[in-house]
Design a protein around this ligand. Structure first.
Ligand SMILES: *Cc1c(COP(=O)(O)O)cnc(C)c1O
Length: 394
């Protein structure tokens, strides 16, 4: 399949041919030993991605289903959930928790800023919080959470740390084995979807539970969930030949291939590539007078929310750019019309973004802005290359 559009929205991301080939392979029975082997491999690779000592769950659905699965299995109705929100997707946990009768409290950062960990510490000192949700990269703002500071604060308070990694997993490190802070605090649950930095089409919700999170599920006894109850899925994840609900066979082929590609690149190399790409894209767009909402200290490797310069109309810009083959997304809520969002994650290359930076320049010139194309493209490549070197020396 000749690729295609440069799909630089916050997911889905461009799907490469090997993954399309896997997706369009013959659909075998979900109990066929050949499929069971592929499903087992996909489960193992997902465990490797998150380095979990517990279990992973891969089910048909989207990232939102994975969010639901993460909280309903550890927080009972009436128990306290603290939502640490840095934007639209963080806020989603507020509605989700309330829908299940949880007692939800939220700390919401000003859009474009991080939450102050001290504020989280003070909130948790009120006591009784069962779990805390943190969005690793909030897709509305392009702000990344400070795990180094937040994980220890949450664990010191005795709550479970739930990380929404939908816009980060396989693009930014999410290592459940890693100890944060002096006490070696760890992430308990990570959730994601297939369609963002993993680079597979949408259709899978993926959640990893460590041993503490699995124990928290046990303690709850019966929960008000059926499809999302991890206890129903545990036997299948341990032996994918068993039946609970039919797995999306072709999506599992695609995920297995997608994770094979992730692992072949190497996690460290992939994280480094995303960091370099994020920086280079933002610096290059800066040449056009387009500023990121987030400052570089808190900006995400996977996605940026970019403010328009004076006089650029959002709809005209995105339409003209899409006509040239580069698709970016509008901004949400109060930023709608004032900014656009560009994903730089998954199986994307320096070459693709070099082209995209030029096409963005073409669009701006068409819309009456000054011509800074050569400098912007040069800046992109220079920053990307120097960042790759810099990151590899740490
Ligand atoms: C995209 C996204 C979601 C929602 O995922 P869906 O697959 O659209 O349900 C949740 N959280 C974050 C951080 C996201 O980027």
């Amino acid at each position: 399949m000749p690729n295609k559009e440069m799909l630089f929205i916050p997911g889905p991301t461009p799907v490469i041919d090997e993954i399309y080939d896997a997706l369009s392979s013959e659909t075998w029975a979900h109990t066929d030993p050949r499929f069971v082997r592929i499903f087992s491999e996909a489960i193992q690779k997902t465990k490797d991605l998150f380095q979990t000592d517990g279990e992973v769950f891969i089910i048909a659905g989207s990232g939102t289903l994975a969010m639901e699965m993460a909280i309903v299995n550890v927080v009972a109705p009436g128990e306290k959930l603290l939502v640490v929100s840095q934007g639209y997707f963080g806020d989603r946990f507020i509605d989700l928790g309330r829908a299940f009768g949880m007692e939800v409290e939220a700390l919401q950062a000003e859009w474009g800023k991080q939450i102050d960990p001290e504020q989280v510490r003070q909130k948790l000192a009120e006591g009784g919080f069962k779990a805390v949700t943190v969005t690793h990269v909030d897709t509305s703002t392009g702000v990344a959470a400070d795990l180094e500071a937040l994980v220890p604060v949450v664990k010191e308070a005795g709550a479970l740390f739930i990380l929404d990694g939908v816009c980060a997993a396989a693009g930014v490190e999410e290592n459940m084995c890693k100890g944060y802070g002096n006490g070696g605090a760890k992430i308990d649950i990570v959730l994601t979807g297939s369609q963002k930095a993993i680079g597979v089409p949408p259709g899978l919700g993926i959640v990893a539970f460590n041993r503490s999170a699995l124990a928290a599920r046990e303690e709850l006894g019966q929960i008000s969930a059926y499809y999302t109850d991890i206890k129903n899925w545990l036997p299948i994840m341990n032996n994918p030949g068993k039946y609970y609900a039919t797995p999306p066979v072709n999506m599992i082929y695609a995920l297995n291939k997608g994770l094979e590609i992730v692992m072949a690149e190497g996690l460290e190399a992939r994280y480094r590539r995303h960091r370099a790409l994020g920086r280079a894209v933002r610096e290059a767009l800066g040449v056009y007078g387009m500023k990121a909402l987030a400052t570089e200290e808190v900006a995400a490797p996977t996605l940026s929310c970019i403010l328009y310069p004076q006089g650029v109309d959002d709809a005209a810009f995105r339409k003209s750019l899409a006509d040239k083959g580069v698709v970016v997304a509008g901004a949400l809520a109060s930023l709608a019309g004032k900014a656009f969002r560009i994903g730089h994650m998954g199986n994307v290359t320096e070459e693709m973004f070099g082209k995209a930076i030029r096409l963005i320049g073409d669009t701006l010139v068409e819309l009456g802005q000054p011509d800074a194309r050569d400098f912007a493209v040069r800046t992109f490549h220079e920053v990307y290359q120097s960042q790759l070197k810099e990151c590899s020396s740490v």
